[in-house]
Design a protein around this ligand. Structure first.
Ligand code: GRF
Length: 200
């Protein structure tokens, strides 16, 4: 069996996607391993999931840095020291600088709760409801300098039901997210998903 893909997960909040990745990686046939967790917030609930699984975690508090560049440089150095194959952003709520993204291009992924390119940015569930859509979903994509614009790796659809609110739609979408990210990382591990050379 080929060595597992080493994944560093970067979070800012509750970490339900992180937990789902940790659980998926615990399967004997998993093609990836969560080898390190990073957070820009010391109070991120997801850090407890890393501790419970015995996975090393590093907090780089963005409030301790005078500039976005300084924070990104610290995160970059810590990631390089950890040496992952893939950096998986999961509920990481900071916009990274173009320089940082360029240095991890083709090795960094993100999950966004919409069927990109629809409803990029903040409040995607509200955007979908306000647009009167009847289908929604989530996307795992490669990270490029444009927010939520990178090449798509995998998507999952979620129906919008009568009476749906932002909260009910978010909950239904999160359930799909928890399956989709592991599927996308497995596709990368198996060579099914590669960063497109045309993506620059
Ligand atoms: C998820 O919906 C993710 O797609 C978005 O932020 C939410 C965070 O969820 N970027 P969690 O922290 O993984 O629970």
């Amino acid at each position: 069996m080929s060595p597992r893909l080493k994944v560093a997960v970067v979070i800012s909040g509750g970490g339900s996607n992180l937990k789902a990745l940790i659980d998926a990686a615990a399967r004997p046939d998993a093609a990836f391993a969560v080898t390190h967790v990073f957070s820009n917030r010391p109070d991120a609930g997801g850090l407890a999931h890393a501790a419970a699984a015995g996975i090393p975690a590093t907090v780089i508090d963005h409030k301790a840095f005078a500039s976005r560049d300084a924070f990104d440089a610290a995160l970059d150095a810590a990631l390089r020291a950890a040496g992952p194959d893939i950096v998986a952003l999961a509920g990481f709520m900071r916009i990274l600088t173009a320089g940082f993204i360029d240095s991890w291009q083709g090795r960094m992924t993100n999950i966004h709760p919409s069927l990109l390119p629809l409803y990029k940015g903040l409040h995607p569930h509200r955007q979908a409801l306000e647009a009167g859509a009847n289908m929604h979903g989530c996307t795992v994509h490669w990270v490029t300098p444009g927010v939520d614009e990178g090449p798509i790796i995998a998507q999952a659809e979620v129906p919008i039901l009568p009476g749906d609110t932002e909260e009910t739609l978010q909950a239904r979408t999160l359930t799909e997210e928890h399956k989709l990210y592991a599927r996308a990382l497995t596709m990368i591990a198996n060579g099914e998903a590669k960063y497109p050379s045309t993506a620059g």
